[in-house]
Design a protein. Structure first.
Length: 239
């Protein structure tokens, strides 16, 4: 048996707005093994981002259980949540979320700033990561001077710099053309081959097809692909 880095048991999440409550996740069971590369698919509004935000400890859930590396993740202080995120998780977003007035180098180095790494050291490490993304020459450029694909590679370098065990990507190719999307997927494959678990939310079939497993969300539940060992679809792919 391999290691389950993520385990969800009967996970529920509702958004409460005044008297109204929207039940988004209605009992999610899901396992992800360490080193997997999976896609989470589902129509707009099906709860993909909600699920990813819970996995990334950016949001709480109401019921059930979330185990990250066998540790129960339950309501905790923001400080504690930040420590877990720092240790385990790197995020990538559709809109890159770079800081517009900081250079590529400064953006990549930012997580190390929060870890109190001194400036000289963090810049040297950030330059290595930029180099790995083929962007060394762009170190002192601002995001506004760069293409969408370059910006996403900076965001990937920033996500990798704290040596996460898991990369969570919410529609990482949603703002990119097809060619650039595939380049970003190639990089995410390399990231995965280095041993990092990669979870990609997407509504694009051709992007999802470039992962090992597709988990489908529908009406607040997982329709298929909830575990590597179950589901006709997964075994069909494996066989
Ligand atoms: P997806 O990423 O699959 O498009 P989301 O997880 O963003 O879906 O949203 C699922 C549902 O929850 C949608 O109906 C959305 O409008 C609602 N929702 C998302 N975030 C919030 C929030 N912070 N407050 C209230 N409702 C929300
Ligand atoms: Mg979303």
């Amino acid at each position: 048996m391999s290691n389950k880095i993520i385990r969800l048991e009967n996970l529920h999440k509702s958004y409460v707005m005044g008297k109204n409550s929207l039940h988004v996740l209605k009992g999610i069971d899901m396992n992800i093994e360490e080193g997997e590369m999976v896609a989470i698919m589902g129509s707009s509004g099906s709860g993909k981002s909600t699920l990813l935000n819970i996995l990334g400890i950016l949001d709480n859930y109401d019921e059930g259980a979330y185990y990250l590396n066998d540790i129960l993740i339950r309501k905790m202080s923001e400080k504690k949540a930040a420590q877990f995120r720092n240790k385990y998780i790197g995020f990538i977003f559709q809109s890159f979320n770079l800081i517009s007035f900081k250079t590529a180098l400064e953006n990549v180095a930012l997580p190390l700033y929060y870890q109190n790494v001194n400036r000289k050291k963090r810049n040297a490490i950030a330059l290595e990561y930029l180099d790995r993304m083929g962007l060394k020459e762009w170190a002192h450029h601002l995001p506004s001077e760069m293409s969408g694909g370059q910006k996403q590679r900076i965001a990937i370098a920033r996500a990798l710099i704290s040596k996460p065990k898991i990369i969570l990507a919410d529609e990482p190719t949603g703002a990119l053309d097809t060619q650039t999307s595939y380049e970003v997927m190639d990089i995410l494959h390399e990231v995965n081959e280095s041993g990092i678990t990669v979870i990609i939310v997407t509504h694009e079939t051709d992007i999802a097809d470039r992962t090992q497993r597709i988990i489908r969300l529908r009406d607040g539940l997982i329709e298929s692909g909830e575990s590597v060992n179950t589901g006709a679809e997964t075994s069909a792919v494996a066989g």
